[in-house]
Every structure is written in C-alpha cells, then in structure tokens.
Design a protein around this ligand. Structure first.
Ligand code: UFG
Length: 330
C-alpha cells in the first residue's frame, strides 16, 4: 500500500540515503533530489533520483508539480565543521540560501510539511549536559550557525505561511544499515569511527584530538546514535506533521556518552585489530562533552532507539567498511 509521496533532499548522502531506504520499505513513494556534489549516485534507486540543486527554485517547483507531495525531508547541506570555518560563504550559500529556495518552492507549490536535518552544533559549548532543547542557540562555528539560521527561517515560514516543520538536532550520527549496502562515505572523511577503520586498514595512525579535557580519561565525550535510529526519527516526525502536529524541535541522541578512547576500544573489540593512533593537540571548537537529553522525542513521538549499544553501532559500520574496501580493491 502506498502511503503518500515524500521528497527527500540530499537523499544520496549518508543519513538521507538511509532514511529514503526506510521510507521506501514502509510504503512511501520517495523522490530524491540531490545535486550529487557530495552525495553518491549508487545510494539511490535511479528511478527515484532527480539531479537538481536545491538552489534551483523553479526546478524544484517542476518536481513538486509531478504529483501531490505530502512532505519534504530536507538533508541537503554541507556538513564539515572545519571547512565551514575556512569557506563560510559556501555554507551560508548552500545551507541557508539553498534552504530558502526550497522553502520558497514549497510555498509556491502548496507543500506545507518539512522535517529538517539540524544538529547539536546549534548549542555550541553547552553550559549543562545532558542537553535539553531549551538550551540557547550558541553555535561556535559557521556550520552550526547555518543550521540556526534555517531553524529561524522555519519559525517565520510557519507563522506567515503555515508551513509546519520539525527540526531534528542530531548528535553523532554513526553506524550503517545492517544489510551492508549503505554506510558512511564522506570525502574527505572527518568522522571518528570511519577514521579509526581507515587507520586499521591503511596502518596510518589516526590522531586523537587532545587528551587533556576535564573528562574521566581526558578525551572528548560524544553521544553516538545509529543512522537507522535517526532515519526512524524522521519518519515519526513526518507522521506527526501529517497527523496535524505542531512545529517543534527535538534532540536525537541515545543519552549515553562515550569518550574517544572508549570508541577506540570498541573498534578494537569489534574488529579484533589494534587501532594505530597518536595523540595530538585539541581540535579547535570541540566541546569536551556533548550528550543529548532526548526525553522529549521519546515521549512526544514514541521514539525508541534500537541500536543504542556502541558495539552494535561500530559493528554495523565495520560490516559496511569491509564490503566497501573489498569492492574498492576489485
Ligand atoms: N576525533 C578525533 N580524531 C579524529 C576525528 C575526531 O579525536 O581524527 C574526535 C573529535 O575530537 C570528537 C570525536 O572524535 O571528540 C567525534 O568527532 P567527529 O568529527 O566524528 O564528530 P563531532 O562530534 O566533531 O561532530 C558531529 C558531527 C557534526 C556536528 C556535531 C554536533 O559530525 O556535523 O557532531 O555536535 F556538528
């Protein structure tokens, strides 16, 4: 049974492709919009893919005219914190202007529900951990600021145009679909878990960014959340909006923090191999501890993460990485 048409921007990317896949499994008609500048063509069923930039408002309107779309899930964005501090114009153009173009196309086409891919980076260096949604906006990098700006656009588009939205503020998205077909493939990779695998596979040591933080083992603590649990949160948010629910923002994390050293240990246990590493200086802008309070999401949308165990997350990612490295070698 078909359950309605959903447009997924950035559906060729890491979290977008997992969500598009889950939507398809649950009977939704999915159309993916991606300019493939960072997404991967092989992540999307070719029949579902439209290679369009979200900056192309008219192009988006033409897609919206193909059939009645119930909602949009908006992932398309640049995601590298470091890059955002070198070329802020890229982030404000793509993430903010691009989102404005999408919202304009939605209003013109009468599509009034949006789930937005936001981030814990909107909180910056939070005063209290676990972080609740009421914590103030205090981004410390351009990437986080670009997401705050879109959250603010969404507030006004609701007030003025009645476009309702849910902002999902992800903590550390990680893991891979257990089938092993989809996973994390950023270029260049900056995320910890895939970098630990690369260190094992290449023998080139990974750098631990600082061990002098005020945490039990001196390394930074993060809340790692499985990409399929994130995908599930998007579908729950979508159904909330389509059922008439009001606009809101939710944290998405497991609520348990793991230090970089604990992640290294988990990777060594899962892979059975030593991770070659060196300890380097702190990375600028890294908060010592980011852990989500996701009570609001659990209560309001009945979200229940299924892969909250770190070893489970790491082992799904390793499963994907092994398949990928075999494919690259052949
Ligand atoms: N780390 C290292 N060495 C590396 C890479 C990472 O020690 O080579 C450490 C980082 O310092 C951090 C932890 O591993 O303590 C996780 O780092 P990631 O780069 O994997 O993730 P971040 O926590 O920096 O960022 C993630 C998302 C961002 C988002 C942020 C919100 O990738 O998009 O969470 O909190 F903005």
């Amino acid at each position: 049974m078909k359950r309605g048409s959903i447009l997924v921007t950035g559906g060729a990317g890491y979290i977008g492709s997992h969500t598009a896949h889950l939507l398809g499994e649950q009977g939704y008609e999915v159309t993916v919009v991606d300019n493939l500048s960072r997404g991967r063509r092989h992540n999307v069923d070719p029949q579902r893919l439209r290679v369009v930039d979200i900056a192309d408002t008219d192009g988006l309107c033409r897609i919206f005219a193909e059939r009645p779309f119930e909602a949009v899930i908006h992932f398309a964005a640049y995601i590298s914190v470091g890059e955002s501090m070198h070329v802020p114009e890229l982030y404000f153009t793509n993430n903010v202007s691009g989102s404005l173009s999408l919202l304009t196309a939605m209003v013109r086409s009468g599509v009034r529900h949006l789930v937005f891919s936001s981030t814990a980076a909107v909180y910056g260096m939070p005063a209290a951990v676990p972080i609740k949604e009421e914590a103030p906006y205090a981004p410390v990098n351009v990437y986080g600021e670009s997401k705050v700006m879109v959250e603010k656009l969404l507030h006004w588009f609701d007030l003025v145009h009645g476009l309702r939205s849910i902002c999902l503020r992800y903590f550390n998205a990680s893991g891979a679909d257990p089938e092993g077909k989809l996973g994390e493939e950023h270029e260049p990779e900056t995320h910890l878990i895939p970098l630990l695998f690369q260190a094992i596979l290449t023998g080139q040591p990974v750098t631990i960014f600082g061990e002098d933080y005020a945490t039990p083992d001196g390394t930074c603590i993060r809340d790692y959340v499985h990409v399929n649990d994130l995908a599930e949160a998007h579908i729950l948010a979508l159904e909330w909006l389509m059922g008439g629910g009001a606009s809101d923002a939710f944290n998405v994390g497991n609520g348990s923090g793991y230090s970089v050293r604990e992640v290294v240990r988990a990777v060594e246990e899962v892979t059975g191999k030593k991770v070659p590493y060196v300890v380097g200086p702190r990375r600028e802008g890294d908060p010592p501890k980011l852990v989500a309070d996701s009570t609001k999401l659990r209560r309001a949308l009945q979200w229940t993460p299924r892969h909250s165990d770190l070893r489970d997350i790491v082992s799904s990612a390793w499963n994907f990485e092994k398949k990928r490295s075999v494919q690259q070698a052949s």
